[in-house]
Design a protein around this ligand. Sequence first.
Ligand SMILES: C[S@@+](CC[C@H](N)C(=O)[O-])C[C@H]1O[C@@H](n2cnc3c(N)ncnc32)[C@H](O)[C@@H]1O
Ligand SMILES: [Mg+2]
Length: 947
Amino acid sequence: MMETGKSSVSQVKKPTLTPKAIIYQKFGSKATYRIEEVPESSQNGCPGLAIPQKGPCHFRCYLQLPEISVVSSTFTRKRDAEQSAAEMALQKLGISAEASNSLVLDSADELVARLSYLFSNEFLSSLHPLSSHLKATLRREGELNGLVPVSVMTAYDPKLSNLCTSINPMVDSNPLLAIPYIITAASRLSELVAISDDQLWIRRQNPYPPELRHSLVDPGFHMTENECVEAAYIPSSLDKAVQPIMLNVFSKGYYLDVIAKELGVTDASKVLVSRTIGKASSEMRLYFSALENSFSEFQNARASYLSGQVVYGNAIFATIGYTWKSADLFHEDVSLCSYFRMLAGKTPSGLYKLSREVILAAELPVAFTSRTQWRGSLPRDLLCTFCRQHRLSEPVFSVLSDPLEPVQKSSLPCGPRDSNTGPRNDNVGSAAANSNESVGSERIFRCEIRLFSKGQDLILECSPKQSYKKQNNAVQNAALRVLSWLSMYFREPDVPLMRLNSSGAAVDIKVYHSHFSREFEDLCRLMHSVLKQWDSLGSNFLYLDHANQSSNSCGNEIDRFNIKDPETGETGSYPSNESLVCISCSVSLVTDGDEMKQVLESTDKFEFTIGTGAVIPEIEAALMLMTVGQSACFRIDSLPPELILAAATDSLKILSDLSTKACCLEYSITLLQVTDPLEDRIEQALFSPPLSKQRVEYALQHIKNSSATSLIDFGCGSGSLLDSLIDHPTSLEKIVGVDISQKGLVRAARILHLKLAKSQAIVPSGIKQALLYEGSITVFDSRLHGFDIGTCLEVIEHMEEEQACLFGNIVLSSFCPKILIISTPNYEYNVLLQSSNLSGQEEDPDEKEELPLQSCKFRNHDHKFEWTREQFGHWATALALRHKYGVEFSGVGGSAGVGPGFASQIAVFRKEPQQEPEGDGVMKNVDTTQLHYKQIWEWNAATSAVG
Ligand SMILES: C[S@@+](CC[C@H](N)C(=O)[O-])C[C@H]1O[C@@H](n2cnc3c(N)ncnc32)[C@H](O)[C@@H]1O
Ligand SMILES: [Mg+2]
């Protein structure tokens, strides 16, 4: 509960420290006390009685310090046991209690000395924020003239506040606690200063010399009459909304009196001032009063969350005050929007969104690729800002560097991995495992991060196993890992301990729970009260289109995003995973019954990489269906209200709309530009026709030669192969695509639907049925058994090696296509791609080394492995043998046996003739109940022709 000024003063009049307090000063929270109950052996108990009899209780205290530990003797009071243990520890450490007390006394003496200087003539002539306050109080008229609020003394003189903090560390988080220390010091300077009866203000006993007053106080005062400053009023009660207020600052007066009036207290001495909030150089502070109104004893959750200090009662959030630069009053408007932006900026994802200036469209990305693809503040800087904001020590980044050793190539790709090769997801490690060339003196880097409290307690440790070729990448990725985890925690701060630990462990983060909760528990409690306030706002979101919420079907997806072609001109290419896209985007609030939409956020040019989670999921889902030039418009029903308010310029109107009307957000986006992922750019630039086209043509040739009537494309993606089958006459009647990615399938459905409808009208292709299934190709589905031909182009390297091997076994043992074509990159060919120099184009020269190809050695960040010809050959040959298939090797891009061979290597498996089932027994021995895929789209020539 709050201490009143008076009672605390008497407590600190003669500061002497108990042994426990000295231990606290020296060791802070590193000293841990444990109390043990010592049952008294009951003298008059009944011998042999099995029921324990409770005698008077005694206590013993165990004190653990970093170097030593002690155990006290037993006491009847816990408190005595603790003090005794502390005293024993001090003795053991050779620390004298008197000396420690004199340290406090020294601080108290210094406080007196500092205070006496602050009321000197010399100080009044200096340029100092506090000196300007003193001058302003001397300009007050009437009985308030020259009275200085005690709270102002510590708020504006850092030395004074440090001295108070050294006596009592709690002052740092509760400015109210500083007052008694100043009063105690002032009472020792009765010649120089006078203290008010209520001990809330002090004043110099003797007036300043008239010349000094004349030269400093009266003239040289430049503020124009009567200025208005906008500020935010944050009521203590969460039921009341934060409101804008205007502060009328008069030139002949003291601005704190104006603030006092707004807070409903008699004068400035009742106003408490927080530390500065936000940037160190800002004058943004909270003004509040804990001293007069009885109801103001309640902690102000919103203001406390914002400042990280205890704020009681109603508060005013304003940028106003005297600075080191000028004796004039400095002020800037603080709009409601600034308040909401500060609130949003307390979380890692909010910090990122603010740094990109797209609060409603952006998200904290899950992957850091290279500087050129990451927009906004870099992860490392975001983490430093976060720590500063939450008053933690600066994060400690430790970079570990190892020589990149050529690792023994595993002879069998699916065999158990050599423990030296490190984790499978280690980009460089796996690359090295594939590498034939010697890497010489190259080094790889890992980065570990530790977060410490201000008192240097370890609160969190992140030790990722991933290595990078460039130090900066290691650092940024580790920082991003910590940010993403913290961001998750901030979304759900009351997560149970077990889940907190396991979610951390999953990303190599160890949480030191007691220290972590000490730093964040109060904050989260406050945050929860603040967030609870939003619940009522959030409930007003209008569920405009219920189909949006529930349906996955492709048609609805397209309708949902309301995709439109440009009014003039052609549309361009589709983005895919890892494409760099540029969009324009505007977000408006649509309010029930209001004709006008209110634009909240709008940007002409917003760039990000698809697949890194850099935008809200709805934008990415829409973009996957769009080509360059197209626009989409869709509505979403909920986003955290504080983000909406942080984006809005007219927060007041929005606040009232959100709390009174049903509303939703409308996003309008236009896809302006797509830069293909590096792998695609290379495939297009260095091969003619592009490598992807060559793969499709290769497959087409086999389809034609085999006279197949049914085809299944494993990992069909957005359907590039299926799409070409409609353009080219073949014997195919039924084509099926399977993929694990819904985004890809939705796009495939869209493309195939349009094309099939069109081709039916012009030249009917022989295709009678087309189907798309969502599912993993490592799981069998009996509907897809025994097709004439199966294709699996550039898919297996996107799975972990074990999964790729599993797919190999399942496809040949259960799906049993008569022919199966598998393509995958040839790792050996990468040398040629790297030397092409294409990867260096349009990138910052400093960042060259950061390019995906060089930093992970694979062609694409999503590749889990890439095989050499020998590895692929080994795998495919063994697989064919196991399942009685024949296999032939070929490829596209490059040529067999010349240099590194083909760019894409291909294996064609053919079922050996004796394995052909006889007659119509195709489904013999097939478990037809295995229906694991979800059919997400179907087209039928018969039904569509009727329509
Ligand atoms: C590089 S794309 C190739 C797409 C297409 N075959 C082509 O050549 O354009 C790889 C595809 O494999 C899919 N994929 C990865 N793992 C899969 C799995 N276990 N089951 C089904 N599809 C998978 C991905 O979703 C992605 O669409
Ligand atoms: Mg690939």
